[in-house]
Design a protein around this ligand. Structure first.
Ligand code: C2E
Ligand code: MG
Ligand code: MG
Ligand code: MG
Length: 292
């Protein structure tokens, strides 16, 4: 244990902490290399309206094609970029890649919203709005309303009045859509819903997964749906893994859904085909047939 001899010196004498800092530095360095080497890719997962069968959007989910370790998921590496400058660079890369992909889809005749995940602290970074606008300017044919930003509703949401102002700017000055992601997991969801004027909220999959067996999860999902409606927000359920989940949500008044029952995240090159097949086969009748 280091002896504190003056201001800010204790940390230098803590070998464990020092190791952590060095390790983190190396990891961020490696991730920066990965970005330069084009090792990141986006997979896409559809969101549908279970009642009408309409495809609402596709959500971009980052993956890392690691040359030695294979395909890595956000849970394997995203926490390492948190709080570094790279977090912002990666966030802008995701927006740009998703729009490039959307441009290609639009040219192929697919009109769809593409949704990207953005950390709340990136949204509040200096120049975020400017950078967002700059990227959108590169894609003349894309309406801003075809881009949705999903903001993680976590305890690290930051300063609510500031975030609220940025959300308003994103929606009303830039024209993009805003969703609050993983809704229900933050510590003050109700306040957030009241102060953050998003277009929609996504109910966290942990509640949806267990709502058929667990009464409290059922009540949370039910409550979030009512609350979202009272505040005039669209509500999307994540983690719809079975037909039973879908039917339960429909009976609770939630029509919009995303989950393995509908589709798993897929490489960009499979999306056109998936949408085509889905619309042809009316896979959604899985839900539809059973709705009275
Ligand atoms: P999220 O935004 O809530 O995304 C949903 C996650 O749940 C995805 O995991 C998706 O593959 C998974 N999922 C979808 N349907 C089901 C289902 O029916 N059952 C189960 N068990 N899981 C389902 P993934 O791709 O591993 O992403 C995890 C999280 O990482 C995301 O959660 C998001 O918070 C974050 N993330 C992903 N891509 C990005 C990105 O480009 N930027 C940032 N900042 N965060 C990202
Ligand atoms: Mg998301
Ligand atoms: Mg989520
Ligand atoms: Mg999540």
């Amino acid at each position: 244990q280091a002896k504190i001899t003056g201001r800010n010196t204790s940390r230098m004498f803590n070998p464990e902490l020092n190791q952590q800092v060095i390790h983190k530095h190396h990891v961020v360095q490696r991730l920066r290399e990965a970005l330069l080497n084009d090792e990141f890719v986006l997979h896409y997962q559809p969101e549908i309206n279970m009642r009408t069968g309409e495809i609402i959007a596709v959500e971009a989910l980052i993956r890392w094609h690691h040359p030695e370790r294979g395909l890595l998921f956000p849970g394997d590496f995203l926490s390492d970029v948190e709080g570094s400058e790279l977090e912002f660079e990666l966030g802008l890369w995701v927006i740009d890649s998703a729009l490039q992909q959307l441009q290609y889809w639009q040219q192929a005749g697919l009109e769809i919203v593409v949704s990207v995940n953005i950390a709340a602290n990136h949204l509040q970074a200096k120049n975020f709005i400017q950078s967002l606008q700059q990227i959108l300017n590169r894609y003349h044919d894309i309406r801003p309303a075809s881009l949705q930003l999903e903001i993680l509703e976590s305890s690290a949401l930051g300063d609510v009045p500031t975030l609220s102002r940025i959300i308003d700017d994103c929606r009303h000055r830039v024209g993009v859509l805003i969703a609050l992601d993983d809704f229900g997991t933050g510590y003050s969801s109700l306040t957030h819903l009241r102060h953050l004027a998003s277009n929609s909220v996504k109910i966290d999959q942990s509640f949806v997964r267990d709502m058929l067996e667990d009464d409290s999860d059922y009540n949370i999902v039910d409550g979030v749906i009512s609350l979202a409606k009272a505040f005039n927000r669209q509500v999307i359920a994540e983690g719809v893994e079975t037909v039973e989940h879908g039917l339960m949500l429909l009976s609770m008044g939630c029509d919009l859904a995303q989950g393995y029952q509908i589709a798993r995240p897929m490489p960009a090159e499979n999306v056109l085909n998936w949408c085509h097949e889905y619309q042809l086969q009316h896979e959604w009748s899985l839900f539809q047939d059973k709705v009275s």
